[in-house]
Design a protein around this ligand. Structure first.
Ligand code: SF4
Ligand code: SF4
Length: 121
């Protein structure tokens, strides 16, 4: 039986079945979504403040990322996904990655990432 109204919500994380896990660094989300990202106003402000011309040059005039700095063609997959070892992939700009990556997985994904886990960061 449901203990609270919250348990009825599809994105509720209060049930035992939806056990939170940590990111396994499989890289699947970056691999599948990394070529279809968009910046936030906050990202642009932060990169300007941090002097990240390398990142700003990879944003097109509509805010899509990541583009080739010279041709402005959208790159797919994300150029910042790096293989750390045989099983793990990491974000090489983790300290200032875009909000859209930071916020993933959102309520729109029911807080479930591509590997199926309910993430705890
Ligand atoms: S968030 Fe999920 S899909 Fe993305 S790297 Fe971590 S475990 Fe893999
Ligand atoms: S910027 Fe980092 S977190 Fe975002 S898609 Fe690229 S590698 Fe993944």
């Amino acid at each position: 039986m449901f203990d609270t109204l919250k348990d009825l919500l599809p994105w509720s994380t209060s049930t035992a079945a939806k056990k939170e896990t940590c990111c396994a660094c499989c890289g699947n989300c970056c691999r599948y979504f990394g070529g279809h990202l968009h910046t936030s106003a906050h990202d642009i402000e932060r990169w300007k403040r941090e002097g990240r011309e390398d990142l700003l040059s990879r944003v097109n005039r509509l805010g899509w990322i990541w583009v080739d700095p010279v041709t402005k063609q959208l790159l797919d997959p994300c150029p910042f996904l790096l293989q750390a070892d045989q099983q793990r992939w990491i974000c090489s700009i983790n300290e200032t990655k875009p909000d859209i990556c930071r916020d993933y997985p959102t309520i729109a994904h029911e807080f479930r990432c591509l590997s199926g886990g309910f993430l705890k960061f």
